[in-house]
Write a protein that binds this ligand. Structure first.
Ligand code: TXA
Ligand code: MG
Length: 344
């Protein structure tokens, strides 16, 4: 099929995209986090197309994208007050909540779980598409399963040209890493995936937060986990990635000592001069972590090249949005980290 490219600034785009979704087609939609591969979340056949296009494991549930907090009760039940408190504070925005699912949500969408993830994205054209389609839009990140997420329309075209009905081009995604996911189905709120809404911000509203073990460690593929998506290999370029921690100078000394032709260095803009001759690629400024989250996936895509042997990566430290960047980079590196300070 021919994949239509629709501009977010064209006033006809929302109606065209909404019509395709109502007709059971796949449409890639821009959000503030990453591009999503959208379909009618209540239509089993349409949702099946998402899994097929992505090559996604069937047990990995999808997020329903909705217009606002008033729609939560259409798809969820036993909604605690804190869900509304979070929505009030952070929606539209990069926060997804997991709640008990109503029967109207197909098992294909929830990956067979009794819960469903909901989020209201901070993107005007995408919210208009959802509103006009009259259904919740199920949308995983629009990458092929296992590959770095898509933060531009061009990334989506690279992965899905000819396989989906349309791509809505809304430019580069502002946040650049996927939404924060918090599970509100247990007594204590649980962080399943860090993102643009930080643990510190969640704590301010919730007063309590458990960090799921899948956030900080590699999970066995046969394990029973809260967030099924967390156990699969993620965001990974084709070659091995190793994170090198430690001070700027010590890390550079370690990497330069181990660097071989065909390797690449993924570093902060401030570090580029330290890696002359080592083919460095910057993904943003260490001094502004938002540039790192916005640039990470595009950089990982650029490094997805079979000609590369090994990638040495520098990772920001600390909490806030850096916590989400650490999580994605560690997953890309399959939690392979070398502390340069201990190696000298
Ligand atoms: O920012 C985002 O969240 C993007 C944009 C498009 O909105 N979407 C996204 O979707 O990242 P996806 O499918 O790539 O990641 C969704 C994650 C998966 O790890 C999945 O396992 C988890 O959410 N998830 C979905 N429903 C869940 C549920 N009911 N319980 C636990 N985890 C769930
Ligand atoms: Mg994804």
């Amino acid at each position: 099929m021919e994949t239509l490219m629709l501009s977010a600034s064209d006033p006809k785009t929302a109606a065209t995209a909404a019509n395709l979704i109502m007709n059971g087609q796949l449409v890639a939609i821009p959000t503030e986090t990453v591009y999503g591969l959208g379909a009618n979340g209540l239509d089993e056949a349409a949702v099946a197309k998402i899994f097929e296009a992505k090559g996604r494991p069937q047990d990995n549930p999808l997020i329903l994208h909705i217009c606002g907090a008033e729609q939560i009760e259409l798809f969820c039940h036993h909604i605690p007050q804190k869900a509304y408190d979070l929505a009030e504070k952070f929606w539209p925005g990069p926060l997804t909540m997991v709640l008990p699912a109503r029967d109207c949500v197909p098992k294909r969408t929830t990956g067979g779980l009794a819960t469903v993830a909901v989020r209201c994205p901070d993107n005007a054209v995408t919210r208009e598409i959802i509103r006009l389609s009259g259904v919740p839009v199920a949308a995983p990140s629009a990458n092929i399963s296992g590959k770095p997420s898509t933060t531009t329309a061009e990334h989506v075209r690279h992965d899905h040209d000819g396989k989906i009905a349309a791509i809505v081009d809304g430019g580069s995604c502002r946040v650049g890493v996927e939404s924060t996911i918090v599970d509100l189905t247990e007594e204590r709120p649980r962080l399943l995936r860090p993102g643009g809404i930080t643990p510190e911000q969640l704590l301010e509203v919730l007063g309590d937060l458990v960090v799921d073990k899948a956030v900080t460690a590699q999970i066995d593929k046969d394990a029973v986990v809260k967030a099924p998506g967390m156990k699969y290999r993620h965001y990974a370029p084709s070659e091995p990635v190793v994170i090198v921690s430690g001070s700027r100078e010590t890390a550079a000394a370690y990497i330069r000592a181990h660097f071989e032709p065909g390797d690449r260095v993924l570093c902060f803009e401030e570090e580029l001069p330290l890696y002359e001759g080592c083919n460095p690629l910057s993904y943003g400024r260490e001094a502004d972590v938002n540039t790192l989250s916005a640039g990470l996936f595009a950089a990982l895509r650029e490094l997805d090249d079979p000609a590369i042997h090994q990638v040495y990566a520098r990772c920001p430290v600390g909490g806030g949005v850096a916590y989400a960047v650490q999580n994605r980079l560690k997953k890309a590196a399959a939690f392979h980290i070398v502390d340069a300070e201990e190696e000298v």
